[in-house]
Ligand binder design. Structure first.
Ligand code: UFG
Length: 324
């Protein structure tokens, strides 16, 4: 089995690469290093390249005979997508089309695609399952939903097998502490809390405390990055016996508010997290919590990290001594 991991030097991709290599799967990473880190994939075969370069993709597929592709490449910041929609549609949709065309030309028929809770838009129920309407409210979510639609069409037209995994809030890091989340600028809650705990940032800004949630701060479903990687491996197995385009929601099914996260991180770091209340951030829904029953039933997926303190603890191990 040989797998191409596009975006394998990014936060989630690098944990996936470690998982595949640990399973003895021959793995090639393709990444433009726009946000990824070369160090995060060690001595795994690495090609620096861009999905927008069709010639480079053709060369890649002519040099390797891949059984499947995992596709993590994307621009993924909601706020930025509102400011720069063309960049999001170009990278996330046009780039993916180039990849799909190269796969078709090379007769590679299986894809695991990184999708997102942002395809749903404003939640209409406490727990979001796959029957929830998909009405994205920003270009990032729209770009991911467009790719899901393309995959549904590709299944019908070309017989492409695919699994779109809609992550809720990816969190944590490898417990070994040598790979983890590192963005510049950092926008995500857990790294920002831990940077405040470390003294790398003066304090955490809490974006809004007037949401309609029990304590007024936004509620999210944090799922460990190694559990996400495990779901991808299961998606590969699933495609061996299932045709068509499929989508699964991936979360723990438990919501934590920003204030609950600050409390939990303070316990893990054994010091209070300094914070201040700031205005709301544009585009943040009150609450996003997954129902992952379908992934449990059909993929046999069972997250190993169900305790929020354990998830934050793995992130804390990384943030105390980040390598990149
Ligand atoms: N937050 C803060 N302060 C910070 C950072 C975040 O208060 O410094 C809050 C946010 O406002 C939000 C929560 O913490 O309420 C979580 O924010 P993140 O930026 O960590 O994650 P998001 O919920 O914005 O992002 C996730 C996924 C995206 C997806 C999005 C959909 O990472 O892929 O949900 O809304 F698009």
């Amino acid at each position: 089995m040989k797998v191409l991991v596009c975006g394998g030097a990014g936060y989630i991709g690098s944990h996936m690469v470690r998982h595949l290599v640990g399973d003895g799967v021959s793995t090639v990473v393709f990444d433009n290093l726009s946000t990824g880190h070369r160090e995060s994939v060690g001595d795994t075969a690495f090609v620096r390249g861009d999905l927008l370069d069709a010639t480079q993709l053709r060369d890649l597929f002519s040099q390797h005979r891949f059984d499947a592709v995992m596709h993590f490449c994307a621009r993924s910041l909601v706020g930025e997508s509102v400011q720069q929609p063309y960049a999001y549609y170009e990278n996330n949709v046009a780039g993916t089309l180039n990849l799909l065309q190269a796969m078709r030309d090379a007769s590679v028929g299986k894809l695991v695609f990184s999708s997102t809770a942002a395809v749903f838009g404003h939640p209409e129920s406490e727990l979001i399952d796959e029957s929830h309407p998909t009405r994205p409210i920003n270009p990032y979510g729209a770009s991911k939903r467009m790719v899901e639609t393309i995959l549904e069409d590709a299944a019908r037209a070309y017989g492409l097998r695919s699994v779109a995994l809609r992550y809720f809030n990816a969190a944590g890091a490898s417990p070994q502490g040598d790979i983890g989340e590192s963005h510049s600028p950092e926008t995500h809650l857990i790294p920002n809390m831990l940077r405040a705990a470390n003294g790398d940032a003066p304090s955490l800004k809490v974006f809004g405390n007037d949401y309609s949630t029990p304590d007024g701060t936004c509620v999210r479903d944090y799922v460990h990055v190694d559990d996400l990687a495990d779901a991808h491996s299961r998606a590969l197995d699933f495609m061996a016996s299932n045709e068509g385009a499929h989508a699964f929601n991936l979360g723990n099914g438990a919501g934590f508010s920003v204030m609950q996260m600050i409390h939990a991180a303070g316990e893990v770091a054994k010091q209070p997290i300094p914070f201040e209340i700031a205005p709301r951030r544009a585009g943040d829904p009150d609450r996003l919590v997954a129902s992952s029953g379908k992934a449990r039933r059909e993929l046999g997926w069972q997250p190993r990290y169900t305790d929020i303190a354990d998830i934050i603890d793995t992130a804390w191990r990384w943030h105390r001594n980040p390598r990149y």
